[in-house]
Design a protein around this ligand. Sequence first.
Ligand code: ADP
Ligand code: MG
Length: 327
Amino acid sequence: MGEFDLIARWFTRPARPGGGVALGVGDDCALLQPAAGMQLAVSSDMLVEGRHFFADVYPAHLGHKALAVNLSDLAACGAEPLAFTLALALPRIDEVWLEGFARGLLELAEDSGCQLVGGDTTQGPLNICITVFGQAPAGQALLRSGARAGDDLWVSGRPGQARLALDALRGQIAAGEQLLTLLRQRLERPMPRLALGQRLRGIASSAIDVSDGLLGDLAHILRASGVGACVQADIATDLLADCARLALGKAHFDRLLLMRCALAGGDDYELLFTAPATQRAAVQQAGADSSTHVTRIGRIEAEAGLRLVDASGQAVAGRFASFDHFG
Ligand code: ADP
Ligand code: MG
């Protein structure tokens, strides 16, 4: 089987009319047509074996995740997905692997209305690079730079679960079968928060997706917006309380572990965003409309830097830098 048979068999689907795609796989270029008044949102993410995933990961989960991490960037911008390209380096043609990978990838593509319109395929160490294209009404995309002093800080879902999963898979914590299944799902099949992101347009003042850890990604918003923040560490770690309850080796699930996972664990693909306090009801409504749990975890402040406080307002750990080593 050659390169072209491989593309035809696994990565060519009849183009769906509309949906922003005028021409899909097969020509020198794909042609995209965003709707009138829309801006094109573009983002790329690369997944490298050994660095972003284990060699033995289930291929369907890898296909799903490779697209999910890209769609998460569209979600963080409040953009609606249109299409994506796939640049793939494969060590060999492994039909079982390709079948699983393409299935996981194209299922999520179908579910999120994002068509595969092109790419490149070559032999080499396993490497997956996806570029997504989405659209947002001109001037309405959510940016990192819009946070203002006095805004609330919100997060979706339960950040930290992916990191708990990693610790459990490495045998560093005793999770037990039930919890491990749930956590594995979070790590291997993250669901990009596309519906929430789009509903937050006109409500959120800034947004980012949590790929490298909540505090680390918050730092990007703070820098881009020229502000500081106060984060309620207990509220953030409470989000993992259900996991801690399910855990077997409860002794391991101490406050420090939950804090490390919730605040510094990566790979969650939740949305971290800010909104004026006047928008609290609107944010809750956006969460309800998109069936997404949203939690207010802090506040944007004029003073630069990041302050972590406990329920009584006492500083937990002076500055963000103290948390770097958890990364
Ligand atoms: P070119 O030589 O013009 O770069 P290729 O021979 O690499 O074209 O690819 C042929 C067609 O197949 C192009 O339309 C390209 O976008 C598409 N394609 C190549 N690899 C993939 C892939 N992994 N997934 C989807 N489409 C692909
Ligand atoms: Mg090519």
